[in-house]
Design a protein around this ligand. Structure first.
Ligand code: NAI
Ligand code: SOE
Length: 403
């Protein structure tokens, strides 16, 4: 393939906050890592809530055009891909409009704050036949993809159990501002939707469909200083700390037991109130023939125990991901040079554009996002009703394999 034969696809990015930054970086860097690239993502238009914010975001993130009205992105026939990087309550309206306009879509997680919206989004992309992807990017950490490969190859035998955590501490300080992430009408839920859904995605990716949950949820901090508009300050100590306060109406902590369709059992814990934990996504998977352990704070490493190892060399040991491992051909030439958060987003962009230009399926898609919302909904009901709750079934378990 020659450089001139690589298609150029125009991206309309909606939202210029934390994820606007991460996705812009990924579009710029993807062809530098994966060459020949499946397509060159052109940073065409960025939308923000005002023209001024949009113009600033365009200058910062390298977009050719900007707008204070996301509908102009949808209406622009030159835009091929709509990227939704706004707070959760706007995902459905934008995604459904984008699907109806025939755009391919990348939508940030959680797919939507409610099951009803997630279902409508799934139905809209299915009807439109557009490529769709939900941005659960942690499964694109090479060590996580390697865990998946080992499980598929049977290296740890039949999976018995999954223990997953996502612990952060940015909301542990009660003087942290009441951003959109603490408001049910915008976020849908708290730790559950914001970070617990990442663990649900990993559990589904690595083990399979979740059929039932038994959960507890709790809120520790019931009000916070008001934050007026703007990107989430993610716990930054706010100058308004002594000023007016508003109610937190989402969970700070979720813990649940999990049953998988294939007979495995598991647990999930998520909180943003765990002092000293930053992006502590972990999982440990026990199988009949071995164990796999991962900690995102040491994300170049996968810890493994294989029962097949010689008896004098057994023990949990560390595999450092590199060229021999998933996505290694596009990343850095030596193991342990350091995989970052940005790389997961670059790989996400690579897989999205590969799907658009080759027709190869991409996962997690909106059906995965919808199924994750059904699991989140079961977790909420289980906590409220203090009992085990079945996850609503929307058909046979999905093949967990997929890019
Ligand atoms: P943020 O608060 O940093 O930025 C959101 C931006 O969207 C703000 O600049 C805001 O002005 C803009 N915005 C809001 N409504 C808009 C509208 N109607 N049109 C155009 N712009 C609008 O939020 P952040 O952290 O970037 O989160 C955005 C989404 O990404 C959320 O769904 C969140 O859950 C998800 N996220 C995913 C992460 C991941 O690891 N996959 C990491 C962080 C966030
Ligand atoms: C805040 O908890 C947050 O930004 C989440 O919204 C993201 O999904 C996670 O990847 C990092 O932390």
């Amino acid at each position: 393939m020659t450089a001139s034969s690589i298609p150029q696809l125009n991206v309309g990015l909606i939202g210029g906050g934390f994820m606007g930054k991460a996705h812009s970086l990924a579009y710029a860097a993807m062809p530098m890592f994966f060459w020949p690239a499946p397509a060159i993502p052109v940073r065409h238009t960025i939308a923000e809530v005002t023209d001024d914010l949009a113009a600033g975001a365009a200058a910062r993130f390298g977009f050719q055009h900007s707008t204070g009205d996301w509908r102009r992105v949808i209406d622009d026939p030159n835009i091929h891909v709509v990227d939704i990087a706004t707070p959760n309550n706007s995902h459905a309206e934008i995604a459904i409009a984008a699907a109806q306009a025939g755009k391919h879509i990348l939508c940030e997680k959680p797919l939507a704050p409610t099951v009803a919206e997630a279902k409508a989004m799934y139905e809209a992309v299915k009807a439109a036949g557009v490529v769709n992807m939900v941005a659960f990017n942690y499964r694109r950490t090479p060590a996580v993809a390697l865990a998946r490969k080992y499980i598929e190859e049977g290296r740890i035998g039949k999976v018995l159990s999954f223990r997953g955590t996502y612990l952060q501490d940015w909301s542990a300080d009660p003087s942290g501002p009441l951003s959109w992430r603490f408001q049910k009408k915008i976020a849908g839920s708290g730790a559950l939707g914001d970070i617990g859904t990442h663990v649900v995605d990993l559990a589904r990716y690595l083990v399979g469909e979740i059929s039932a949950v038994n959960a507890m949820m709790h809120t520790y901090i019931h009000e916070r200083p008001l934050q007026s508009g703007g990107a989430d300050k993610l716990g930054a100590s706010d100058k308004t700390a002594g000023g007016p306060r508003g109610a937190v109406d989402v969970d700070d902590e979720v813990m649940t037991l999990l049953r998988f369709e294939n007979g495995a059992v598991g647990s999930l814990e998520a909180t943003r109130n765990a002092w000293g934990r930053n992006n502590y996504i972990t999982f440990e998977i026990h199988g009949t023939e071995g164990t796999i352990h991962f900690n995102y704070e040491r994300r170049d490493e996968l810890r493994v125990f294989f029962n097949s190892d010689p008896s004098d060399a057994r023990g949990l040991r560390t595999v450092y991901t590199g060229p021999a491992h998933p996505y290694g051909e596009g990343l850095w030439p030596i193991p342990a040079l350091g995989i970052g958060y940005g790389e997961t987003k670059i790989i996400e962009a690579y897989d999205l554009f590969t799907a658009i230009t080759t027709g190869r399926p991409v996962r997690p898609d909106f059906e995965d996002g919808y199924r994750t919302e059904l699991i989140a909904d079961a977790i909420v009901r289980s906590a409220q009703e203090r009992r085990e709750v079945d996850v609503e079934s929307i058909g046979a378990p999905r093949e967990t394999a997929g890019v």
